[in-house]
Design a protein around this ligand. Structure first.
Ligand SMILES: NC(=O)c1ccc[n+]([C@@H]2O[C@H](COP(=O)([O-])OP(=O)(O)OC[C@H]3O[C@@H](n4cnc5c(N)ncnc54)[C@H](OP(=O)(O)O)[C@@H]3O)[C@@H](O)[C@H]2O)c1
Length: 272
């Protein structure tokens, strides 16, 4: 359980900000050590009703919180920092959850010396199974990284990576849940093609996904070994794999992740 020593403000509590609030609350972070901000009054009311957190304006959050977790869309970050940047005392920790934006984007808009940590998390935070990659930006010390880890560990796994790897992380684990959902959707359709009722196909593939994921995590085996164990000579699986290779699924994944990485770079360029 985290100790909730610091007051954390989630600035721009949309989907990812809400995941962070709910995860911190589940982990025992005291509600009076959490603040949230929102753009629309309706959203503020919703957050206050759902979590009992105090929803304040951005400048009050800057004033009262020791840690500012920025969870706005990358294209909204410059306007937000125009508003709060000059008011942020240089001893506050700024955590950016924004895809694509380098910590230098924040540093240029914050007082000199303000520590910035970049975190790329993902939506399985909702069930405490997030993958959060954490990087130190300018002025962020080991202590700041440890504090960011303390906040994201209750939401799942954490990993420290050099900031230069964050666009690749965004493409792989940030967007990753969407690729798995697409696969499940397509495999459910395939089950229907083979005559299974939709719910049966869905239940079969979801449990298969969970079982395979736990094997990958817990067996210590390489994915190739695990796949070979299902692929008997002249069997059914190899017939399916031949089709996957014929249709370039591996190449499609390489190209898809490259496109996601490039899009992260584009978003950063557009946010300037
Ligand atoms: N979704 C994902 O799976 C995912 C994964 C990893 C990282 N991220 C990153 O997380 C960030 C948030 O993504 P999201 O999907 O959570 O987006 P989102 O649902 O649109 O959340 C952003 C929130 O910020 C609010 N906002 C914008 N400007 C504001 C301001 N000046 N003051 C206060 N609130 C403001 C928005 O208000 P309105 O509702 O009024 O627009 C919205 O509620 C993005 O930078 C994204 O790159 C997302």
């Amino acid at each position: 359980m985290v100790d909730g020593r610091h007051t954390v403000a989630v600035i721009g509590a949309g989907k990812i900000g809400e995941l962070m609030l709910s995860g911190l609350l589940r982990s025992g972070w005291p509600v009076d050590r959490l603040l949230a901000t929102a753009r629309r009054p309706g959203r503020a009311d919703e957050l206050a009703a759902r979590y009992g957190v105090r929803v304040v304006d951005n400048l009050t959050a800057v004033d009262e919180a020791e840690v500012l977790a920025v969870a706005v869309k990358p294209q909204d970050a410059a306007a937000l920092l125009d508003e709060i940047g000059p008011k942020v005392p240089a001893d506050k920790l700024v955590i950016s959850l924004c895809a694509g934006l380098p910590t230098s984007f924040f540093s240029r808009r914050l007082p000199d010396g303000t520590p910035v940590v970049r975190v790329m998390t993902n939506t399985p935070a909702l069930v405490d199974q997030a993958m959060s990659a954490i990087s130190a930006g300018a002025y962020a010390t080991g202590e700041h990284l440890a504090l960011a880890e303390e906040m994201f560990k209750p939401l799942g796994a954490t990993l420290r990576v050099p900031e230069s790897q964050q666009d690749a992380v965004t493409a792989l684990s940030g967007s990753g849940p969407a690729y798995f959902y697409l696969l499940v959707e397509a495999m459910t359709d395939a089950g229907i093609l083979l005559g299974l009722p939709r719910q049966v196909a869905h239940d079969l593939i979801v449990q298969t996904a969970i079982g395979s994921a736990v094997m990958l995590r817990d067996s210590g085996e390489h994915p190739v070994k695990l796949r070979e164990a299902v692929t008997s000579p002249a069997g059914t699986t190899i017939s399916a794999i031949r089709e996957l290779e014929n249709h370039g699924v591996r190449a499609a994944l390489l190209a898809a992740l490259e496109a996601a990485r490039d899009r992260a770079r584009e978003l950063a360029a557009q946010a300037e």
